[in-house]
Design a protein around this ligand. Structure first.
Ligand code: UT7
Length: 323
């Protein structure tokens, strides 16, 4: 018997304020047409001034608990993937723990920027496989609007705020790819690329800082590394492109999403795309897309789902699961 980490609930939350591309035309030398054609983004949500990352995460967590039909205290561990936690400490995850009314178990944050949710899923899988938890709430939540340079048209038009959550539960499997749950993961990072995508401030620098990106270079790495990591994860369990029902990619740029799908040999009719509505929400983008994919009836129980993401670090990876 193999302990599998099976998804039993998913949910998301987007802040009320929707910002269409046209709004940037008022303050920047940009156009709706440029943003749409270069990135696929049409609008994004921005958190209200008093709304924090843990607030967004809590809404998403409650939605996932509702779908799973379980209580907050049925959760053993809470992991929040974020680069924009409310405070330097405590973790956003402990804030969510308190807000949802979980009084047992343990909570902590993971920081792997846009790849954060993939890293969090992989760690949650390890906790479940090793018997350290039976149910793990895995959240991706961000308020990237707080780290934008509003004068930099090359970055500030691309990002948005939001949160998504998935609940994983230990279930017995047979050890084959017929099992539901996480089947394979592949994680990577290379710190030599730190100058391609970073925030130019932080606690130790005594500032908050704003996001800086060499867009073209990150694009190049994304196109090369995303298909590679997805292939590696699929290979680990002997699955191929034809076995994949849905690719749920990090939503940074429609051109990256299309090119990765092409390299993977998966048609765009099997890719969940939300970038037009959410922009790039970093660690929140995959659970947001998963939640939208499930809610819309596309992703069904038993489907093979591949998630892949890349972000600052660079850090990148993929997870293969049977939904
Ligand atoms: O989530 C983490 C991973 N992040 C990513 O995956 C992002 C990866 N990068 C990208 O998605 C793309 O590189 C961008 C969307 C950021 C940029 O698209 P691009 O096709 O690579 O454009 P570019 O940076 O080569 O810029 C082309 C032109 C430049 O003008 P010149 O030098 O050709 O005169 C830019 O100054 O477009 C200009 N430009 C803009 N023009 C209008 C850059 N931003 C804008 C803008 N509006 N907002």
């Amino acid at each position: 018997m193999t302990r599998r980490a099976v998804a039993i609930g998913v949910g998301h939350y987007l802040p009320e304020r929707v910002v269409p591309n046209a709004e940037f035309e008022k303050t920047l030398d940009t156009t709706d047409e440029w943003i749409k054609s270069r990135s696929g983004i049409e609008r994004r949500h921005f958190a209200a001034p008093q709304e924090t990352t843990s607030d967004l995460a809590t809404h998403a967590a409650n939605a996932a608990l509702k779908m799973a039909g379980i209580a907050a205290n049925d959760i053993d561990a809470i992991i929040v993937a974020t680069s924009t936690a409310d405070l330097t400490f405590p973790s956003a995850a402990t804030m969510v723990q308190h807000a949802i009314g979980n009084t047992k178990g343990y909570a902590f944050d993971i920081q792997a920027v846009c790849a954060g949710f993939v890293f969090a899923l992989s760690n949650a899988n390890a906790l479940i496989a090793s018997g350290q938890a039976d149910r793990v709430l895995v959240i991706g939540a961000e308020t990237f609007s707080r780290i934008m340079d509003w004068t930099d048209r090359g970055t500030c038009v691309l990002f948005g705020d939001g949160a998504g959550a998935v609940i994983l539960e230990a279930q017995d499997g047979t050890g084959t790819t017929q099992d539901r749950g996480i089947l394979a993961t592949d994680l990577n990072s290379d710190g030599s690329y730190r100058d391609l995508l970073y925030v130019d401030g932080g606690v130790s620098k005594q500032s908050t800082g704003v996001l800086r990106m060499e867009g073209q270079e990150v694009f190049r790495h994304a196109v090369e590394k995303l298909a590679q990591t997805a292939h590696t994860a699929l290979d680990k369990v002997g699955l191929g492109a034809d076995d994949v029902n849905w690719v749920v990619p990090h939503q940074a740029n429609i051109r990256i999403i299309k090119s990765t799908a092409r390299k993977l040999g998966v048609g765009m009719d099997r890719v969940i795309v939300t970038v037009q509505d959410h922009g790039n929400t970093s660690a929140a983008s995959i659970p947001l897309a998963l939640s939208v994919g499930v809610q819309s009836g596309k992703i069904k129980k038993g489907d093979i789902v591949v998630t892949e993401a890349i972000g600052g670090g660079l850090a990148w990876g993929a997870v293969v699961l049977r939904w």
